[in-house]
Design a protein around this ligand. Sequence first.
Ligand code: NOJ
Length: 552
Amino acid sequence: MDARWWQGAALYQLYVRSWQDSDGDGYGDLRGILSRLGYLQWLGVDGIWLSPTMPSPDEDWGYDVSDYRGVHPDLGTMDDLDELIAQAGRRGMRVLLDLVPNHTSTAHPWFVESASSRQSPLRDYYVWADPAPGGGPPNNWLDFTGRSAWRWDDRTGQYYLHNFLAAQADLNWWQPAVHEEFRRVLRFWFDRGVAGFRIDVAHGLYKDALLRDNPPAGQQGPLAGRFGLRSEYNENRPEVHAVYRAWRAIADRYTPPRLLLGETWVGELDRFASFYGADDELQLAFNFPFVFAEFAAADLAAVVAGTLAALPPQGCPVWTASNHDVGRFPSRWCGGDDAKVRLALLVLATLPGTLVLYYGDEIGMTDVGVPLELQQDKMSLGSGQNGSSGEGGQNGGSTDGNGWQGNRDRARTPMQWDGSVAAGFTRAAAPWLPTGDSATVNVADQRDDPGSVLSLCRDLLSLRRAESGGQLASYQPLPAPPGGWAYRAGSLTVLANFSDRPVTCQDPGRPILLSTTGATPAAGDAAGDILLAPWQGIVARTAGVPPAPGRR
Ligand code: NOJ
């Protein structure tokens, strides 16, 4: 089972700065995580993905790395990280780090050297270019605030590329030495026992060699492009696949194999699936068409069917619906409605493949309206996507923004452990971001309540472990009335009502293992029918199909 340990696993994304503060500075840290490992084990997760832990000036909260081999002093020490890997391992959980290979901080020694002169031996580590023939930036590429992605450097008389903030200089992946640097970084962490990486901007490393202008986006939407342009030439280049084939060869040399989980921000399912290669690139890739699907039976079912059809044999899908960029699904999909949150969790946990929960999903934490004066995310502030009227970027306030659809601080607020003022997150007078409504939604209240969202989530994780045993279950859609979604996933039959009305479905048989309302559905009018309540979901064991053997 260990050979593909991520298959069918439940992973938990943990925004380190917001999960548990151990030293009272208002920021979460590694020792805070150590103190809460028992909770994660109790919840039943198989692995945790830590948001960036490497040293960084924090222009983009760790996504601007200044040292790929260290631990950010605000978060702890290398010893803390080693201890976290060891202690998590003893509890049956693996630790993934966040790797940022698309760009570095401009404070990284590579950039400092590269920017020192045109003759620098590291000049080609970054994307430097002369002004356009008529003057001004080399082309029309825009960064994530909607401004030009090129920053003029007076000292050496060229522009450098930054697809994100100006403090995040894009690396030049046409330079073989950059490949060698990252292969060494991979081995460094894999040798320390890191189970794998979530790879930031996995689709973006290569840029067009001719630096051609991006075309107009044509359509709107979070995956269509940014600020009216389609990201054809500043990311999404085919050469990136060779990088992942090389990384996969490295990952496969370890026991157990190390995991590469890509942030593949692409809109087309065939392009998304291409990151799995012929089972020789990434083992897992985030599915943004699913993330951005409407919370409606037909839409979700269509993306699931399309995903499974597009993936290569052995390709393991990933189901996730919240993260630190796009926001929390209890808000995005469910508008804070408890019944919908339960249904979403049921679907996420029963689809075949790997589940990635974002911290707080398990208690139904919603986005938090962070007042402008407390906001921390420079990218949101710079693009005008800060919840205030449009200011900043050249398209500030436009709905046609960078795809994150709002101020990212909303989903980065402290974990709500209990109902106290600082939510049990910190003993500091003020956490780095304000807490949400922890009096109403928190772990302590839900933990011992068998009817809570947390208990449902825990039951779902235990059920998927027991039934699919870490195998990639088969998927088969079943007939369902409008608003309903019914499918078989391995030994399970799932019926879900995505509507405000009761719907009639064919009785899946017994036993019914779980119901989002806690109640067994009523019998329908006709024999063999059952009636699902609005937004109710149930899971039954398919008659004659035993649970898969394997991990328990
Ligand atoms: C994607 C990350 O998820 C996001 O938070 C970050 O700002 C950008 N990549 C740049 O690293």
